[in-house]
Design a protein around this ligand. Structure first.
Ligand code: C5P
Length: 329
């Protein structure tokens, strides 16, 4: 592709974290993944992924989690950018800057969010304008949770979690997220799940009627009761102190609590803003959770925040938006 076709120099995409409202884990597949039936919800905790035309491929991570993220070619965002470049036949390196607010190795799909952000931002920067389906195919190559980070909202995931279908969901929910200071590796948690279930038959996963009914009703109390996660026993086995986090939350007004994805973040559903403040204070005061965040869900998936024809430093004004007509997912 000729660089003359590229009019933008710098694009920023904003991407949300996720919680799994339900995560049914089926048998191990021959490819090393598990059959899943899951319900994702995107929550208002975001990373901002900026891509700028550069001499060479590169990446910088900013924020409190920077030291925990590889800043080299193994970074999922950089792999995403190069995957799209290869697929679209583009030879225009970018430097990626991630302003990271989604905790790392936390079960909230932060790495997947960064990959989705890089795909969407590069797609705009290079003027590729891929179809939604084409971007989702690339997303699925990068990781099981990446397609959902593009889509956002509330959605069902099947296959290895990458095949998405809409779900009829009402309501806006308040979440309190109890973070851990020690991460959990997703493959380790799946392996522990297999070990704990090794003596029992594992049925194919199917979404529960209780979850579907709760989502249709928009009733937070029903949703709180319906939360479930087959990976939770494995996460608790690897980090037993999460039991105390769960019981502290449930004793202090949460409508439901669940390990998020492969953990170790524990997500508590609460009745509203006031309850979320109360629970955040209780969790912090008890010492059960080293750090607590509040978020609402569902929120939209990856979307373009800013786009500029100059380098990053030249468009620093907060809230500046891109050219009219710039697509978001
Ligand atoms: O695709 P993703 O990068 O999210 O997967 C990370 C790891 O989690 C996989 O390598 C696999 O060990 C485990 N996994 C799994 N079954 C899934 C999704 C992930 O076993 N459906």
């Amino acid at each position: 592709m000729s660089s003359a076709a590229v009019s933008l120099q710098c694009v920023t995409a904003r991407v949300p974290a996720k919680v799994n409202l339900e995560l049914m884990v089926g048998p191990l597949r021959p490819d090393g993944f598990h059959h899943l039936a899951t319900v994702f919800q995107a929550v208002g905790l975001h990373d901002d992924v900026t891509v700028e035309l550069a001499q060479d491929w590169g990446i910088t991570i900013n924020g409190p989690y920077a030291a925990q993220v590889p800043a080299d070619g193994t970074n999922l965002a950089l792999r995403a950018a190069r995957l799209l470049a290869d697929a679209a036949g583009i030879d225009l390196p970018v430097h990626i800057t991630i302003d990271k607010d989604i905790p790392v190795a936390a079960g909230m799909a932060g790495g997947s969010a960064d990959a989705a952000g890089a795909l969407l931002a590069c797609d705009a920067l290079w003027g590729v304008w891929s179809s939604k389906a084409a971007l989702e195919d690339l997303a699925a190559e990068l990781g099981s949770d990446v397609p959902f980070a593009l889509t956002g909202g509330t959605a069902m995931g099947s296959g290895r979690g990458d095949r998405l279908a809409p779900v009829l969901a009402r309501g806006r929910y308040s979440w309190v997220l109890a973070l851990s200071d020690v991460g959990l590796s997703t493959p380790d948690v799946y392996a522990e799940c297999d070990r704990l279930r090794s003596s029992q038959p594992v049925p194919d996963p199917t979404p529960s009627a209780a979850m579907m009914t709760a989502l249709r009703s928009g009733d937070a109390v029903s949703l709180g009761r319906a939360l479930s996660n087959d990976l939770q026993p494995a996460a608790l086995s690897l980090q037993p102190r999460l039991e105390e986090v769960l019981s502290t939350g449930l004793d202090n007004g949460a409508l439901g609590g669940i390990v998020s994805g492969s953990g170790p973040t524990v997500a508590f559903l609460v009745a509203g803003t006031e309850s979320s403040l109360d629970l955040a204070v209780a969790l912090t005061a008890s010492g059960a959770a080293p750090s607590v965040k509040r978020a609402v869900g569902p929120v939209r998936g990856a979307h373009i925040l800013t786009a500029a024809s100059g380098p990053r430093g030249s468009y620093g004004a907060a809230g500046q938006t891109g050219p009219a007509g710039l697509r978001s997912s």
